[in-house]
Design a protein around this ligand. Structure first.
Ligand code: AN7
Length: 352
């Protein structure tokens, strides 16, 4: 079996890289497209639902797709330090790739609102972390100004190389299915990923690699849904801290993706997110983070509008291990504590 060389090498002709670009890679991309029968069954008809499990990237989220590009280009340009604002995953990914490329990584995070796994990663990768008294939107305003004034490269999704790397997920889906899906369901925070997917689908379509393009279905958490309500949310709140964002920087691009694809935006409540999160774990053996489960929650909420015999891909943007606190607080498991180390006792609890 040939080893996966990472997405820059796999899709070199589609990316703005040259022979002189140093490729900083952890072999990201090439993630599996997994059928999820229990979700297909709930939709009914002959609908086939798949998840694009991007939580299997090297740092556990889709951000690695964008970061291999952003950091490789930063390295090419001689950059010594990068900076980002983050709800967690961007900071973990930026730190990993920056360190691999021999750069400093400054990350601004909203104090108290980053899942433990993400924080653990940033710490171990050696990021220089500033937990600020404010939310993601405040942190992003600061890093944009800092990167304008000082010699540090911004690696949030306003950096165009991020979206270039992330568009490869759309290529992979078409390469796997042999055609574009009918719907692409995706959670939205800063709305970079939906914009990148749409760019990827359009590029493959224009090159004759597929006959159709999907409808882009973007989902946000109800307490944090600026794109659904078409207004900035000053105090966004949701259990899905990854998408706790009130003023998405890629808003225009995302609206364009929705309109051009005849797609839709919808919000899902935290309760619906957690139902989908538990369902994927219990019935499919797939553990994603709450933000990612919004794509499944959204699909289930819109199930009456699903075209017949359609193929649907839901993007699972991050790994469930990122947010162990959420998992421990939200599950239907039987968890017997302090059980005596005794065969009879164990058997009786097992119901034998
Ligand atoms: C798991 O890490 O914004 O709509 O700072 O971590 O492209 O912003 C994370 C976003 C979805 C939303 N799922 O993607 C950050 C950050 C997960 C995420 C999103 C994020 P965009």
């Amino acid at each position: 079996m040939k080893r996966w060389p990472g997405l820059i090498k796999s899709y070199r002709d589609w990316l703005p890289v040259s022979e002189s670009t140093p490729v900083i890679t952890l072999k990201e991309g090439g993630t599996p497209l997994i059928p999820v029968a229990s979700i297909s069954k709930r939709i009914g008809g002959n609908t086939k639902v798949y998840v694009k499990y991007d939580g299997l990237n090297p740092t556990g989220s889709f951000k690695d797709r964008g970061m291999t590009m952003a950091i490789s280009k930063a390295k090419e340009e001689g950059c010594k330090a990068v900076i980002c604002a983050s709800t967690g995953n961007t900071s973990a990914s930026a730190a990993a790739y920056a360190k691999r490329g021999g750069m400093r990584a400054f990350v601004l995070i909203p104090d108290g609102y980053v899942a433990q796994g993400k924080l653990a990663q940033a710490l171990v990768y050696g990021a220089e972390i500033l937990a600020i008294k404010g939310n993601f939107d405040h942190a992003l305003d600061i890093v944009r100004e800092i990167s304008d004034s000082y010699p540090v490269t911004l690696v949030n999704s306003v950096n165009p190389y991020r979206l270039q790397g992330q568009k490869t997920a759309a290529f992979e889906i078409i390469d796997d299915l042999g055609e574009a899906p009918d719907w692409l369901c995706i959670p939205m925070g800063n709305a970079g990923n939906i914009s990148a997917y749409w760019m990827g689908f359009k590029e493959y379509f224009n090159a004759g690699k597929c006959k159709n393009k999907p409808q882009m279905m973007g989902f946000q958490a109800s307490g944090s849904a600026p794109l659904v309500y078409n207004k900035t949310i000053i105090d966004p709140e949701t259990i899905a801290t990854a998408i706790r964002i009130g003023n998405p920087v890629n808003k225009e691009k995302a609206i364009k993706a929705k309109n051009e694809s005849n797609g839709a935006f919808l919000d899902v409540t935290d309760k619906e997110i957690i139902e989908a999160y538990k369902l994927l774990g219990k019935e499919e053996g797939i553990f994603c983070e709450p933000a990612s489960a919004a794509s499944i929650a959204g699909l289930l909420k819109r199930k009456d509008e699903v075209p017949t015999n359609s193929t649907i891909v839901c993007v699972l943007t991050g790994n469930g291990l990122k947010d162990p606190e959420c998992a421990i607080e939200n599950n239907d498991a039987y968890f017997h504590k302090g059980v005596e180390a005794n065969i009879k006792k164990v058997a009786s609890i097992m119901g034998f």
